[in-house]
Ligand binder design. Structure first.
Ligand code: SF4
Ligand code: SF4
Length: 173
């Protein structure tokens, strides 16, 4: 029986199946090695083997469930899979699809908000923040030479996000 790959409606239908590297997912034998070596799976509900099974079966809930976001992209599974399936890349592709479908956990939406407001996923805070004071204590500039020092660089970020119509998919402002 032919195994069904992701096949959702929309312009990106069969996205995984047309990618030569990701096509290897067809060889998944559900051995569970990816789950066994997954550090995130020890602390979260992430069961990598199950994600691969759902991706193969075209179970759309794999996009709306939070599990794919628990992956830390450490590539352990990718290195150990006996069928050389690029597991991490499959998960990253599923995340891309999830965002296109409008699914993103609230905590990650907050990360996007931080990014767009400050240029950092984990912002430093102002010059009086404890991190700024800690930097000063270690004889570093209170404000590092990143977007914190060059707020105008945020315009470039907005240009990029607007180009991919990110706000329409995941409203963040
Ligand atoms: S390690 Fe590879 S073959 Fe085994 S379940 Fe995971 S993806 Fe499938
Ligand atoms: S890349 Fe993700 S799924 Fe794979 S072992 Fe690391 S955390 Fe787990």
């Amino acid at each position: 029986m032919t195994q069904k790959l992701i096949n959702y409606s929309g312009d990106y239908a069969d996205e995984i199946s047309i990618d030569e590297e990701l096509k290897k997912i067809r060889g998944c034998m559900q051995c569970g090695m990816c789950s066994a070596v997954c550090p995130s799976g020890s602390f979260t509900a992430l069961i990598t083997r199950k994600i691969m099974r759902k991706a193969l079966a075209g179970v759309q809930s794999v996009l709306s469930e939070p599990d794919i976001w628990y992956c830390t992209t450490c590539f352990n599974c990718y290195e150990r899979c006996p069928r050389t399936i690029p597991v991490t890349n499959v998960i990253l592709r599923l995340r891309n699809m999830a965002v296109r479908e409008g699914y993103l956990p609230d905590n990650l939406k907050n990360v996007i908000k931080n990014l767009t407001n400050t240029g950092h996923a984990v912002p430093l805070g102002g010059p009086d923040s404890k991190w700024a004071k800690l930097r000063e204590y270690h004889k570093l500039k209170k404000i590092p030479p990143t977007v914190h020092s060059f707020p105008e660089a945020l315009d470039e970020l907005f240009t990029l996000l607007d180009k991919i119509k990110f706000n329409a998919r995941i409203p963040y402002r």
